[in-house]
Ligand binder design. Structure first.
Ligand SMILES: [Zn+2]
Length: 345
């Protein structure tokens, strides 16, 4: 007769060793293929993917296995596109720009994660030539998506093209941050140009000569934009699921861009973060006179003295004044003190 009590520790140890073995094997390519299909990715799809692969869990075979899984799902008729963004500086940091190697689409590593970096290095992938906002793509429409996306093109041109061909955008482990689409929506809503925040980097042109790139549509504050995703969910435009252990969302690129653009155009206050130091949001609300439209304005959005002071400092910050850059932090500290100890209407 087996003594069940004395047998229990062995069973626990056995289960622990099985669990350990599974963890060591990690998430297989087959599991990823299954998860991607359950998310709604199909054969022939053209898809942009932005991911935090660490949220997926340990993948047997690493990012290469992840990319193989996507290609297996979409097949040779489909296309995979990732952003391969690179470092840049603000216009007043030209000294730093000149100390940084110029962007070379063949060599410059991206800063957008291991999947992007792995696909960029794939000899079959194409990379566009935009100095800050390049993409890499592999598959049937790779040439269409990347062609002409150079220093004079719109920063998110490939995402507009993806929308044209009924593409999809998949976000893995990034919360509700619709990377790249959010900047394209800001651009389409006419917001990016309102605050002229130039991004700079040197790049190698097609003749191998070093040129200076300046782009005013590269960056803008996106911290408030996850709030648009629940609106999309209410309209049934978002497919939620998991890839490995990562919460993931899939949208139609065109539908998402159209709705985000529409929401931002109708109510630009949706774009405002609540950081007093954020030059982009504070200048956007000042230049568009949004103060009366803000539903729950903060003190620096309703106190006329603070509004004037921030406007003055931020205009100088945009011109590259280091004194203004320092003084904004003095204002921030004073603001925190006022909020805590003084009632200011
Ligand atoms: Zn902001």
């Amino acid at each position: 007769m087996v003594d069940r009590d004395s047998d229990a520790p062995d069973k626990v140890r056995e289960m622990q060793s099985v669990s350990k073995a599974v963890n060591m094997v990690g998430i297989t390519k087959e599991r990823l293929v299954s998860d991607l299909r359950k998310m709604g990715l199909n054969r022939g799809d053209h898809v942009s993917i932005a991911s935090a692969l660490s949220k997926v869990g340990y993948i047997a075979g690493g990012p290469e296995a992840f990319i193989d899984a996507v290609i297996e799902v979409i097949g040779p008729e489909g296309t995979l596109m990732v952003n391969t963004y690179t470092a840049f500086f603000q216009v007043f940091q030209l000294e730093a720009v000149n100390n940084c190697p110029p962007f070379d689409p063949k060599l410059t590593p991206c800063v957008t994660g291991v999947v992007s970096e792995t696909l960029r290095k794939n000899p079959q992938a194409m990379r566009s030539r935009h100095p800050t906002s390049s993409v890499a793509a592999i598959g049937k429409k790779a040439s269409f998506l990347t062609k002409g996306h150079g220093p004079y093109a719109k920063a998110r041109l490939p995402y507009s093209r993806l929308a044209e061909i009924e593409g999809k955008s998949l976000f893995i482990g990034l919360g509700n941050n619709l990377v790249a689409l959010r900047h394209e929506a800001q651009f389409r809503a006419g917001l990016i140009d309102i605050v002229h925040l130039e991004s700079c980097i040197n790049y190698l042109d097609e003749d191998g000569k070093t040129q200076l790139f300046k782009g005013a549509d590269v960056t803008a504050c996106t911290r408030a934009l996850p709030r648009l995703v629940p609106v999309m969910m209410q309209r049934g435009m978002v497919k939620e699921g998991t890839i490995g252990n990562a919460r993931s969302i899939l949208v139609s690129t065109k539908e998402a861009l159209d709705l985000m653009t529409d929401l931002l155009r109708k109510d630009p206050t949706q774009n405002l973060c609540d950081d007093i130091v954020c030059i982009w949001c504070r200048e956007l609300e000042r230049k568009m006179s949004l103060y009366k439209n803000i539903k729950n304005p903060l003190l620096f959005q309703k106190n006329i003295i603070l509004i004037q002071l921030l406007g003055l400092i931020n205009r100088h910050r945009l011109r590259g004044s280091r004194q203004a850059a320092r003084s904004i932090f003095v204002v921030m500290t004073a603001y925190k003190w006022m909020n805590k100890y003084v009632s200011v209407k």
